[in-house]
Design a protein around this ligand. Structure first.
Ligand code: AMP
Length: 281
């Protein structure tokens, strides 16, 4: 596995018509990312992509509106490289900020799909976030030019926004989601979990407990109530705790897949999780 810091070097390695599978990340890689990398490298081998599996590690400043969150975001490139290598990555693309956003050369922001502006979920809690996400993912897609790109179900709204953005931009990339990887007790893995206090780490389990309870409820309204009840038991007031259309993230309509989604702040750490509705895990 080779670590690559510049676009020019990556271009030279991938050639004029790259064929690769791609996993974009912000680093501080854990077993959730490892799962995406394993899937991408397996797919690259199966389809005989000469570019193999490309992983990017770039903490994208434009998607953070909370500059303290950006400053404390964990940066662990050496460990990330080990994990990438172990799980079959071919290239680790780790550009600096000036490489991605060259001074004096503005990088465009594509139109944000409606799933990233209308639902009043992450779009409301983090205004500007999806503009930054679409900007960096489009730029990465234009640099890496992958045939297939892997995202985690954990960031469900983000996955739907990126899928829609790729379609709107008529990019020749398949956008694929992989299941959320969890701790043995059910907490969704996140690079931010390490900052939870011991007490909040326990309370955080209310999110997955609530989503499971929601999955067993007889209607979307009952599911939202069940989710709120579980959160309240641990004194958690969520940013949102809802059942929505799985693709548009708007109110559910009969006959279409649904998703239960929750986001809550525990201390200064914001946690997200979601599961299919009905059922859960
Ligand atoms: P991040 O670097 O955390 O922004 O995430 C990079 C990719 O990993 C995104 O597609 C996330 O959805 C995905 N991801 C993060 N946590 C998990 C998890 N626990 N399970 C599966 N995928 C994840």
């Amino acid at each position: 596995m080779k670590i690559v810091g510049t676009i020019a070097e990556l271009n030279a390695l991938l050639g004029p018509k790259p064929q690769c599978a791609f996993v974009p990340t912000m680093g501080a890689l854990h077993a959730g990312h490892a799962n995406l990398i394993t899937e991408a490298s397996t797919q690259a081998k199966r389809r005989g992509f000469p570019g193999g599996c490309v992983v990017s590690v770039f903490v994208n400043p434009t998607q953070f509106e909370d500059k303290a969150d950006l400053a404390r975001y964990p940066r662990t490139l050496e460990a990330d490289a080990d994990l990438c290598k172990k799980h079959g990555a071919t290239y680790l693309f780790a550009p600096g900020v000036d490489e991605m956003y060259p001074p004096g050369r503005p990088v465009g922001v594509p139109p944000i799909p409606e799933s990233g502006t209308r639902p009043n979920l992450e779009d409301k809690a983090r205004p500007g976030h999806f503009a930054g996400v679409c900007q960096v993912v489009l730029r990465l897609f234009q640099i890496v030019r992958p045939r297939v790109a892997y995202f985690g179900e954990k960031d469900w709204q983000q996955y739907q926004v990126i899928r829609a953005m790729a379609r709107q931009q008529a990019l020749a990339v398949e956008v694929v989601a992989s299941p959320t990887v969890r701790e043995p007790d059910g907490l969704a893995l996140s690079s931010r979990n390490r900052f939870l206090s011991r007490e909040d780490r326990k309370r955080a389990l209310a999110l997955v407990r609530g989503l499971k309870a929601a999955g067993r409820a007889p209607s979307p309204a009952a599911a939202e109530a069940a989710l709120l009840t579980e959160l309240a038991r641990d004194g958690i007031t969520p940013d949102y705790a809802v059942v929505r259309d799985a693709e548009t993230l708007l109110s559910p309509t009969p006959g279409r897949p649904m998703r239960a989604l929750v986001a809550a702040r525990l201390g200064s750490i914001r946690l997200l999780d979601n599961l299919p509705y009905p059922n859960g895990i």
